[in-house]
Design a protein around this ligand. Structure first.
Ligand code: GAL
Length: 431
C-alpha cells in the first residue's frame, strides 16, 4: 500500500471511530465526588451483611469514593423512614436511599417531587431490558423510571421449627388458617408459643398475610383499587382470622426489638411458626456473625403462609436519585453498582432475596432462594402493604394507626374494620 493510500485509510478509520463512539452508549465522565452517603435500614442480622457485600463491589469499582453507610436500625424502615422524612423536609437528602417499588416511590417520593427521574441512567445502561416487565411500571410514572431495584423479596413465608411441630404431634404443615389454628391448639397444649411475633410492623406483616390467605390474591388486590370494598363480609372473616392468629402469639411481642428476636424464638424451639419475609433466610442461613448458621429442613423449614400456595406476595428494594442531588456523579456510581449483575449477585444471596435482574446465576443461590426464583416466575404475584407496594405513605399511616388501636384490644374487629374502611375513603382507593 502506498503512503498516500495508508494515510487515507487511517483518516477513514478515524472518522468511523468518531462516528461510532458518538452513536454508542454515552461514556459517563468519571465521578469527581469523594464520598457517597447511602441510606437504608439494613443494620441487623442478614441485612447488614447483604449491604456490606454490595459495598465491597462499589469500593473495588470506585476506590476514590468513600462509602458512607447511613443505615438506621429498625426492620421495614420504621425508624429509618422517619429520619429520612425529617432530612428530606430539611432539604438534606442522603445521596441515595432505600425505597420500595410501588406506591412508596410513586405515591410518596415522586408525588412529593423528592426524587429525580432516571431516564438517562436507564438509557445508557440498558437496565430496563433486564428487569421483569411487571416491575418497571411499579417504579415508573408517565413512562419515566424513578428507581433502581436491587431485589425481589417475598413476604408470605411461614418459617417453622420441624422439631417443635413433631413434638406437639402436628403431622402436616398447615395450608389453611383453620388448619393453622388446629395446629396451634396442639402446640399450645405442648407448652409452646404457636406464632412468634415482634413489634408493630411485624403485626402489619402478619395482617397482610392473613388477609391474603383468607381473601385470595384477587380479593386482596381489589382492596387497593378504585371500587374497593373494605366493609364486606369477606374482610370481616379475614379480620376475625387475624384476631384469632394474634391470640396464639407471644404476649411480649410489642417489646421485642425487631423481627430477628421473633424469628429466633422459632429456631430456639420456643415457638413453632414465624411469618416473615425471606430476608429471614439470610439471617437463618448466613454463618455467624452475619446470621445463625442454621441448616434448612433440620433447624428450620418453610412453607407459603396458610391459604397462599401459588401466590407470591412481593416487594422490591430499590435506590433512588434525590431531586437536587448534592453529588449526582457519586449517586450515579452507586446506582451503577446496584443495577449491575455483579452488585446484585453479591448482594442477594447474602440478603436472602432474589435479583431484580433476570440474568443472575441461580447456582449462586441456596435452595430456599432457588425455590423463590421458581415461584416468582410461576405464581400469581400480589403486592405487599407493609413493604410499600400497594399503598402510599398517607394511606398506610392511617392503617397503621387503626392497627395500633386494634392490637391494644383485638376483640374490637368491627371497630378495626370501620377504621380500615375510613382509611380507604380518606387516603386510599375509595376516595
Ligand atoms: C423490608 C425490606 C427488606 C428487609 C425488611 C426487614 O421493608 O424491604 O429488605 O430489610 O424490611 O427489615
Amino acid at each position: 500500500m502506498s503512503k498516500k493510500n495508508l494515510y487515507s485509510l487511517l483518516a477513514v478509520l478515524l472518522v468511523a471511530a468518531t462516528v461510532l463512539s458518538a452513536c454508542g452508549p454515552k461514556a459517563t465522565p468519571a465521578p469527581t465526588s469523594t464520598q457517597v452517603e447511602i441510606f437504608s435500614w439494613w443494620v441487623g442480622g442478614g441485612e447488614a451483611a447483604g449491604l456490606a457485600a454490595m459495598q465491597k463491589v462499589f469500593e473495588a469499582k470506585y476506590p476514590s469514593i468513600k462509602f458512607v453507610n447511613a443505615a438506621v436500625a429498625g426492620g421495614s424502615g420504621t425508624n429509618a423512614r422517619a429520619v429520612l422524612a425529617t432530612r428530606l423536609s430539611a432539604g438534606d437528602p442522603p445521596d441515595s436511599w432505600q425505597a420500595h417499588a410501588g406506591q412508596e416511590i410513586i405515591g410518596t417520593y415522586v408525588a412529593a417531587h423528592q426524587v429525580a427521574p432516571l431516564d438517562d441512567f436507564f438509557k445508557s445502561t440498558g437496565f430496563g431490558n433486564v428487569l421483569p416487565k411487571t416491575l418497571l411500571p411499579l417504579i415508573s410514572q408517565d413512562g419515566h423510571p424513578y428507581s433502581v431495584p436491587v431485589n425481589i423479596h417475598r413476604s408470605n413465608v411461614m418459617w417453622y421449627n420441624p422439631k417443635v411441630l413433631q413434638e406437639a404431634g402436628v403431622t402436616a404443615v398447615p395450608t389453611t388458617w383453620d388448619e393453622f389454628f388446629a395446629a396451634c391448639e396442639k402446640i399450645k397444649a405442648a407448652g409452646k408459643t404457636c406464632l412468634a411475633l415482634g413489634p408493630q410492623w411485624t403485626a402489619m406483616h402478619l395482617l397482610e398475610n392473613v388477609m391474603i390467605g383468607t381473601l385470595g390474591a384477587d380479593g386482596w388486590s381489589k382492596l387497593w383499587q378504585p371500587g374497593a370494598d373494605w366493609t364486606s363480609a369477606d374482610v370481616t372473616k379475614a379480620l376475625d382470622n387475624y384476631a384469632k392468629a394474634l391470640s396464639y402469639t407471644n404476649s411480649d411481642h410489642a417489646s421485642l426489638t425487631d423481627w430477628q428476636p421473633a424469628t429466633k424464638l422459632v429456631t430456639d424451639g420456643d415457638a413453632a411458626f414465624n411469618i416473615m419475609g425471606d430476608w429471614a433466610d439470610g439471617y437463618l442461613e448466613n454463618q455467624p456473625p452475619d446470621g445463625l448458621g442454621l441448616k434448612a429442613h433440620t433447624d428450620f423449614d418453610w412453607a407459603p403462609t396458610p391459604g397462599t400456595k401459588g401466590v407470591f406476595v412481593f416487594l422490591s428494594d430499590s435506590f433512588v436519585l434525590p431531586a437536587n442531588a448534592k453529588h449526582p456523579d457519586a449517586t450515579n456510581a452507586w446506582l451503577t453498582v446496584a443495577a449491575s449483575k455483579e452488585g446484585q449477585e453479591a448482594f442477594n444471596p447474602v440478603k436472602g432475596s432474589i435479583c431484580a435482574r433476570t440474568d443472575c446465576d441461580p447456582k449462586l443461590f441456596n435452595e430456599y432462594l432457588q425455590s423463590a426464583m421458581k415461584d416468582w416466575s410461576t405464581d400469581t404475584v400480589v403486592g405487599s402493604l407493609t413493604h410499600g407496594v400497594v399503598a402510599n405513605d398517607a394511606w398506610k399511616a392511617k392503617i397503621d394507626t387503626a392497627l395500633g388501636l386494634f392490637l391494644a384490644d383485638p376483640t374490637k374487629v368491627a371497630d378495626f374494620q370501620a377504621a380500615l374502611a375510613a382509611a380507604c375513603k380518606s387516603d386510599g382507593a375509595c376516595k
